[in-house]
Design a protein around this ligand. Structure first.
Ligand code: ATP
Length: 360
């Protein structure tokens, strides 16, 4: 699906904004503080009911408003048919997502509008906490395997119950055994899905990285969250006493991570900012390529300040990559001339300029 038109109400300084005739490549330009990133945030809200830069809804809801609404018409690739998608969220916590007249839960919404975001915070994928990389990995697994969400939910439930038993000291052995069983069943399966996804992902990532940043070749290492020479059951047994003392689960898929190594060291410690941006971009592009090859559906890319950190040569490579993909892109930058020259003349491109939250 791709967005054909977009209507935004009450997201940051975008009180009411309507965009028509969206293209595969959409350039959003404007001065600092004009509302470019807010527009990307609004599309992210449409696909997830959340922002990618504020955890709290009240921070990205326009000041003085009670609710935010984003509405779009989505087109099936290759057909002229469009369907409406709307997401509304109120300050009191109510969230409503509707697609073509049907209510959607968050997982169904994510399936309708698969998004990849690149913004200044995305660097954390390399040097931030493992939770950020697990989230990245689980996005891929979620779209790679329809059964993954059930496993993930089952595992989260078992982890929560297990942690609350360990936390409150008085442990009923039968109850702990029951939750251990769930934890092991769901946890082992979850980890297998993550590994299967990475096996498919790594060659795609390496290929894209070689195109975008030929001088860097990275080794992606996955750690499951426990020593894989043992089963998860054996690892729980080995850590049982330490977990009792610490009061929470110490081993399992909730500790999984992956690291990128370059020349035997943590890549984040060696790469320049521009190189980091290209590596993170290659990770995100690889997820999109894999998603498209499995589902035959495109991803939507939200790319904030694409030119930042990149020289003209890498910028051109990046733009070339985006225009060749079947994905839809929303790209922000301050000056439109910075990016306009990098596209082929037959690329379907729409340019929107924003000033103080309004289209110019
Ligand atoms: N909750 C809010 N309600 C209203 N306005 C807000 C809210 N939060 C932030 N703003 C304002 O919205 C404006 C748009 O911010 P945004 O980050 O989208 O700008 P931008 O065009 O991406 O700027 P830059 O080029 O500097 O990154 C800013 O002026 C900001 O102060």
């Amino acid at each position: 699906m791709s967005l054909v038109s977009l209507r935004i109400h009450s997201i940051r300084n975008l009180q009411h904004l309507e965009l028509e005739s969206l293209s595969p490549i959409n350039l959003i330009t404007g001065m600092n503080g004009s509302g470019k990133t807010s527009l990307l945030e609004a599309i992210h809200f449409l696909g997830t009911t959340r922002s990618f830069r504020s955890h709290q809804f009240r921070h990205f809801l326009s000041h003085g408003c009670q609710s935010a609404l984003v509405f779009a018409r989505l087109a099936h690739v290759g057909s002229g048919q469009t369907q409406p998608l709307g997401v509304e969220r109120h300050l009191d916590g109510q969230v409503r997502a509707r697609f073509d007249g049907q209510s959607l839960d968050s997982a169904q919404l994510a399936l309708q509008l698969p998004l990849q975001v690149l913004h200044s915070g995305t660097f954390e994928l390399l040097d931030g906490s493992p939770a950020i990389r697990r989230q990245f990995l689980d996005w891929g697994c979620f779209h790679f395997n329809p059964g993954f969400i059930q496993l993930w939910r089952g595992f989260r439930r078992a982890l929560k119950q297990r942690n609350s038993l360990l936390k409150y000291g008085k442990i009923d052995p039968l109850l702990l055994q029951a939750w251990n069983h769930e934890f092991i069943e769901y946890g082992s399966a979850l980890s297998e899905h993550r590994q299967a996804y990475l096996s498919a992902f790594v060659p795609v990532f390496n290929r894209i990285l070689a195109d975008l940043l030929a001088e860097v070749s990275l080794d992606l290492r996955f750690s499951a969250g426990w020593d894989r020479k043992r089963s998860l059951e054996e690892a729980l047994f080995e850590y049982a006493e330490r977990e009792r003392q610490q009061g929470f689960s110490l081993v399992g898929p909730q500790r999984a991570d992956f690291r990128l190594r370059w020349q035997g060291q943590n890549a984040a410690d060696l790469l320049s900012r521009g190189q980091k941006k290209l590596v993170v971009s290659a990770l995100k592009l690889a997820q999109g390529v894999l998603y498209r090859s499995l589902s035959a559906r495109p991803c939507i890319y939200l790319i904030d300040d694409l030119p930042a950190e990149l020289d003209a040569q890498h910028l051109e490579l990046f733009c070339h990559y985006l225009e060749q993909s079947a994905d839809q892109c929303f790209i922000t930058c301050v000056e439109s001339d910075t990016l306009k020259r990098f596209w082929a003349t037959d690329t379907r491109l729409s340019c929107f300029e924003i000033a103080a939250g309004q289209l110019v």
